[in-house]
Design a binder for this molecule. Sequence first.
Ligand code: SAH
Length: 345
Amino acid sequence: MTKIDLKSMDFEELQLFMAELNEPGFRGKQVFEWIHKKQVTSFDEMTNLSKSLREKLQQNATLGGVEMVRRLVSQMDGTRKYLFALENDSVIESVLMKYEHGNTVCISTQAGCRMGCRFCASTIDGVERNLSPGEMLSQVYEIQRDCGAHIHGVVLMGSGEPLDNYENVVKFIRLINHPEGQNMGQRHITLSTCGLIEKMYLLEQEHFQITLAVSLHAPNDEIRKKIMPVARANPMDRLLAACFNYTEKTKRRITFEYAMMQGVNDSDDCARELAGKLQNMLCHVNLIPINDVKERDYTKSTDERVKRFAAILQRSGVETTIRRKLGSDIDAACGQLRRSHLKSK
Ligand code: SAH
């Protein structure tokens, strides 16, 4: 018999599960708090449950999660990079970033990715599998325990495409936001997508207050298709219409991510074309000098280029920032710890 994963259950499902074990209603709440507020990793730690109930849980259920395999700590800014193992042999990575306004964790939503962006290390071997809500929560809970400080925000920007694992990601957001659990404010959650249009319309209907980040990386389809295969089925006019709809319905500002690659998408013309398209959008552009990936042949734009590109956008009234690089001494670039681990095996 396969055991059922309690960490991936929402509050109501857990109550039903406890009812099926002939337990009174309040037990569901107690177990939920142990898992999501006190964040224990074994049934033995649930000390307000009887020994026999703990044994019954042990027989029927698990507290599925992830296990730390490696940790790198930056000596420069305290950034920590984690390699976690899943129940099968897969590994994923997560990052702790320390900002003035609090600690933020970057988590993975899939082992690998099938979107195929040409500049990204996570997608080189395709996708292995989707992560469960419990595996996403565990990344946050494990890091919180390891660093001994409260985690205040989360960004879904590790490996995987969150909207390609839609149901589990939505459940994760509800769980991490739950008042009887981590109680993380939705405004402190950022979901980053390569731009799956249909799923963006679905997401808007969840009425979340999260921040949506869209990986644009180009001012037009011609360039975008060269670096992001997903642009073929998700053309830019429809993508920007979906973004506009999202901002209209949620009143939340969208972040456009733009990874700058020398000679590919970093010209003045690109900046002007982009500015033109974002004129009436409630948005903000985040320029990211691309991280070098050994397997990929794109080079990052020079600092001067990035600054000039930013200035053109700003002059046209598009709010723009340049992403500060954290953890540069621990090779915190996207997906690279996982790749070096897979290769060494
Ligand atoms: N699949 C989602 C989220 C994961 S990737 C998405 O595409 O948004 C998170 C961000 O990292 C995306 O903006 C992605 O384009 C970017 N990224 C991937 N590889 C990169 C690299 N080598 N350098 C800089 N950013 C990169």
